[in-house]
Design a protein around this ligand. Structure first.
Ligand SMILES: *Cc1c(COP(=O)(O)O)cnc(C)c1O
Length: 391
């Protein structure tokens, strides 16, 4: 099919996405090629997914090998790649158990069900509320929409599952008020809000909230769907905070390009679920897990150091531009406010000039380059930003 035919066929989609006028057909590291043969530098990673970049040799090899052996068997049986991944994730995170699904929303659904059941087993029906933060994003299923602290996502889908409330990030008083009612099962936070504007949560606020949760037996859930697996320069962003989450959710970057979600749980949640309480047909799929094992095996401390260095380098380069201010950067998760431009327009202009970037709430530019991006590719990207801002 040529581009026109692809677009024509795409009329069959329910119109949930507004797409840019580009169709990519291949990629190498952080460089994409479109159907018209044009090259693009990628500062977006398919929304934080392509952590190893495109066409990583080891990842390809693992996927192809596993596909040839066995693509799927279901959770009625054991499989080696998912067992290996479960062991790696629990060893590396310090959490004790894992559940695999296929997306961030599913990882969070599992976290919510786990927290609700823990509280219901222990406190009967009294404690079932989940507190989240304003401007958060936790997914598109009905429960994770309810958890998402942005009204704009809620309208038109009522009634949403009950029992979710949000407080402003940093509002410790408002948070205490909610906790004291003794009806809270869990608190769920992003340490850096991705969709919500690349907002870093205040460290002291997070640590205070976590410690209050601990003393009240309220589960502390960290949604690391976007921040996890090296994105922020440590394997998990929670390592940079003085906190011990009870539940951590992962997805985007974990699979290296194939769909996976993971919900990690502390030892004290060992007996909450019994067989039949939760499940997923595709969860722990051997092909996907074989790829995720490769991704995890590359996250050495040396590699993570390069992620931090590249992030700091990009931040410094971005600071040269008058249009940009309020630049937040943790590893290769970077947010930028714009003085005069609409972020939507800037995203389109950059794309027209060969650079793929993302936007987020509050008119913020969001950069999530592949963790393996080269300095050569970074410099090409910066050059495109310069040419667009200075034209
Ligand atoms: C993307 C995202 C989700 C949802 O993930 P899906 O795979 O789209 O379901 C949840 N939480 C955060 C923090 C995210 O960035």
């Amino acid at each position: 099919m040529n581009f026109e035919q692809i677009k024509k066929n795409s009329a069959a989609f329910l119109p949930t996405y507004s797409r840019e006028e580009v169709c990519f057909v291949k990629g190498k590291n952080a460089t994409l090629t479109s159907i018209t043969g044009d090259k693009y530098i990628d500062f977006a990673s398919g929304i934080g997914v392509m952590s190893l970049g495109y066409n990583d040799h080891d990842w390809n090899y693992a996927i192809i090998k596993q596909t040839k052996n066995l693509a799927h068997t279901s959770n009625l049986f054991y499989n080696e790649p998912s067992a290996k991944l479960a062991k790696m994730l629990t060893d590396l995170s310090g959490l004790s158990f894992v559940f695999f699904g296929n997306s961030g929303a599913e990882a969070n659904e599992c976290a919510i069900k786990l927290a609700r059941k823990y509280a219901s087993d222990k406190y009967e029906k009294k404690r079932n509320k989940i507190i989240t933060l304003k401007d958060s994003f936790h997914g598109r299923t009905l429960a994770t929409l309810s958890a998402t602290g942005q009204e704009a996502f809620h309208k038109d889908f009522a009634p949403l599952p009950d029992g979710f409330e949000s407080v402003a990030s940093g509002d410790l008083e408002g948070f205490c008020e909610k906790i004291l009612k003794d009806d809270v099962a869990a608190v769920m936070v992003e340490l850096v809000q991705g969709e919500g504007g690349v907002n870093e949560a205040d460290k002291e606020f997070i640590e205070a909230v976590c410690s209050m949760c601990k003393s009240n037996d309220i589960l502390f859930i960290v949604d690391e769907v976007q921040t996890g697996i090296g994105r922020c320069g440590s394997l998990f962003l929670f390592e940079k905070y003085n906190i011990c989450p009870d539940i951590v959710t992962l997805a985007k970057g974990l699979g290296g390009g194939l769909p996976i979600g993971a919900c990690l749980a502390d030892f004290k949640l060992e007996k909450v679920f019994s067989p039949g309480d939760h499940g997923s047909t595709f969860g722990g799929n051997p092909v996907v897990c074989a790829g995720a094992c490769v991704v995890l095996s590359k996250m050495t401390s040396n590699f993570l150091k390069t992620v931090n260095e590249k992030g700091e380098y990009i931040k410094k380069e971005l600071e040269q531009f008058d249009e940009f201010y309020d630049i937040t950067q943790q590893g290769l998760m970077i947010g930028v406010s714009l003085k005069t431009m609409e972020v939507k327009n800037l995203v389109s202009l950059l794309l027209e000039n060969g650079l793929v970037v993302l936007s987020s709430k509050h008119n913020r530019l969001r950069l999530l380059p592949p963790l393996k991006i080269s300095y050569r590719e970074i410099n090409k990207g910066i050059k495109i930003i310069r040419s667009v801002l200075e034209q």
